[in-house]
Design a protein around this ligand. Structure first.
Ligand code: XBP
Ligand code: MG
Length: 240
């Protein structure tokens, strides 16, 4: 057994987009496209194009790269991306309020296992607080202790800043926590902050480089995932 396996978990830190919720294809992508249309732009992101653009974390940066790629000047790209992202955030909030973004199948059962063991669950996301908070409340209720979003950190994943901020606020040493992520950027961010990381991939992230992950699966229903956690949760609950 490595030290990691022997350690009893004191915190689980979960990503939002692609991990807790299926939010990218039918959530963010739709909101971006509505923002383009409202602004009178002809830009549209189809499912495949959006998958390529997802390599860039952060909606505003993703827009800026797109506008540069499509021939706008750096100044125009910066101004357009700022304005469009502000509106996209409002549109995403509307999709959340309409119940259009739901939990990934099986994630609730994993959160229940962790919570029943008395281990707090925290959130580390690149997403913007204005839609993240209502989403978490609507889909999961008040079950997360510390929520750090892209609004509070200067550098986005794969930079470790958002994970480091969760560790700083909770005081939990990184080797007593585990991250749950879906993407290469997310795994790199968690590992760079010193957290072991399990990856539960989806259609957009299946082919990402997830070499840093302690366990990789494509579904929360995978019994190996439950066993992985049960082996590291505090003994009484882990045995149950
Ligand atoms: C999520 C992101 C975010 C969302 C869009 O990455 O990169 O940019 O795609 O949300 P992760 P915003 O799951 O690794 O945290 O438009 O609010 O940025
Ligand atoms: Mg993610």
């Amino acid at each position: 057994m490595t030290g990691l396996e022997a350690a009893v978990l004191e915190a689980v830190v979960v990503d939002v987009d692609g991990t807790l919720v299926d939010s990218e294809r039918d959530g963010h992508r739709v909101a971006f496209n509505r923002a383009f249309a409202e602004a009178g732009l002809e830009d549209r992101w189809d499912v495949q194009t959006y998958g390529r653009l997802l390599r860039t974390a952060g909606g505003e940066r993703r827009l800026a790269i797109w506008f540069e790629e499509t021939g706008r000047s750096p100044t125009e790209a910066r101004e357009l991306s700022r304005a469009l992202h502000r509106r996209k955030t409002e549109l995403m909030r509307e999709l959340v309020d309409a119940g259009r973004v739901g939990a990934r199948p099986g994630v609730g059962a994993l959160l229940d296992l962790v919570t029943a063991a008395g281990v707090p669950v925290h959130v580390a996301t690149t997403g913007t607080r204005a839609w993240v908070e209502p989403l978490l409340e609507r889909v999961f209720g008040p079950r997360f202790q510390t929520v750090v979003t892209g609004t509070e950190v200067r550098r986005l994943k794969p930079d470790p800043a958002v994970y480091e901020e969760v560790l700083r606020r909770t005081g939990v040493p990184p080797d007593r926590a585990v991250a749950v992520e879906d993407s290469g950027n997310g795994v790199r961010a968690a590992v760079a902050a010193g957290l072991p990381c399990v990856a539960v991939t989806n259609d957009y992230t299946r082919d990402d480089d997830l070499g840093g992950a302690a366990l990789v699966t494509d579904t929360f229903a995978d019994p190996r995932l439950r066993s992985w956690f049960a082996a590291r949760l505090p003994p009484a609950a882990g045995a149950g």
